[in-house]
Design a protein around this ligand. Structure first.
Ligand SMILES: NC(=O)c1ccc[n+]([C@@H]2O[C@H](COP(=O)([O-])OP(=O)(O)OC[C@H]3O[C@@H](n4cnc5c(N)ncnc54)[C@H](OP(=O)(O)O)[C@@H]3O)[C@@H](O)[C@H]2O)c1
Length: 288
């Protein structure tokens, strides 16, 4: 085992049992951080923790249960972190794409619920511990797929009355991720907390291949394997935003290839950030 530094940074990372999150956790553990994973599958989580211990020779890794599809589980996960005096880095990484309309435990469209709303509540519940870290970073794993959400978020789809489309549902959940990082910049103004979002690239992970997509969508996911980058390469921008000294002074930006990038202009309108906050607050209050 590596000898831990006297005061390692504490990183909370959602969905680190596989894919981009696993590689991000591996790199941060290797550089001496303490990492707490939030995972929904207990068996996969303990296997990942074992493998991360083996690879990094660090024992500063653990997993606690988190199902982002249930706001009660999000609250329980946040409560389970009460022993952490400060959180230096929060990485909102977990996410999925669903080609059939599915609902969270509280009855909203699940792609939006898992990719955005669960993370929205989690970030709020951890806000005091983030502020306590003096210079904390929030890293939100979004996607270039936000480009599919032209004209902003269709709230009727989130709430259940709108027609479901896989691309739209995923795209608008990822647009919400980008808007969330912008909203957090205002939310934490005057504290040392910064928040940024990113596109990891097209990455060869279990994404969309674990039974969440079928038929044509599943075939596209399988065929695209050949042009995708490795999970290690896909984790680079997350790791950069979690560690780079200069990036730690920038907030509210969207990144790709460890560089600032632009959000597609047709995806958003004036007031979208404020509307996301208002609607997310309202949903959390109504559904909890
Ligand atoms: N792969 C790409 O090409 C790509 C491109 C752009 C953006 N992204 C984004 O990158 C992030 C990581 O994706 P990945 O490629 O690493 O995919 P992945 O290998 O499928 O990993 C996704 C992770 O999210 C977890 N997760 C899913 N639903 C959850 C829930 N309800 N509660 C808690 N955890 C949950 C998964 O847990 P289980 O193992 O239990 O399912 C898994 O750990 C996602 O936000 C995705 O949108 C990926």
């Amino acid at each position: 085992m590596t000898s831990p530094s006297d005061d390692p940074r504490t990183v909370v990372l959602t969905g680190g049992n596989t894919g981009i999150g696993f590689c991000t956790a591996e790199a941060l553990l290797t550089s001496g951080d303490r990492v707490v994973l939030g995972c929904r599958n207990e068996t996969a989580a303990s296997e990942a923790v074992e493998e991360l211990r083996r690879r990094t020779r660090s024992d500063l890794i653990e997993s606690r249960p988190l199902d982002l599809a249930d706001l009660e589980s999000v609250r329980a996960f946040a409560a389970s972190l009460a022993d952490l005096e400060r959180i230096d880095v929060l990485i909102n990484n977990a996410g999925l794409v669903l080609d059939r309309r599915t609902e969270t435990a509280q009855g909203i469209e699940a792609t939006f619920g898992i990719n955005h709303l669960g993370h929205y509540l989690l970030t709020e519940l951890l806000s005091e511990q983030l502020i306590a870290a003096d210079s904390a970073r929030i890293v939100v794993v979004a996607s270039v797929a936000h480009m599919a959400a032209s004209g902003g978020i269709r709230w009727e789809m989130v709430e259940g009355s709108g027609r479901y489309s896989t691309g739209r549902a995923y795209g608008q959940s990822k647009l919400a991720n980008i808007l969330h990082a912008e909203a957090l910049t205002a939310r934490f103004a005057g504290t040392g907390v910064v928040a940024n979002s990113l596109h990891p690239g097209g990455v060869r992970t279990g994404f969309g291949k674990d039974g969440d997509t079928h038929g044509v969508n599943a075939t596209i996911m399988k065929v695209s394997e050949y042009v995708l980058i490795s999970p290690e390469a896909g984790a680079r921008t997350s790791i950069f935003l979690a560690t780079d000294p200069d990036a730690g002074r920038i907030s509210g930006r969207y990144w790709y290839h460890c560089r600032r990038s632009r959000v597609a202009p047709w995806t958003r309108r004036t007031g979208d950030v404020e509307e996301l906050v208002r609607r997310s607050d309202e949903l959390v209050a109504r559904l909890s």
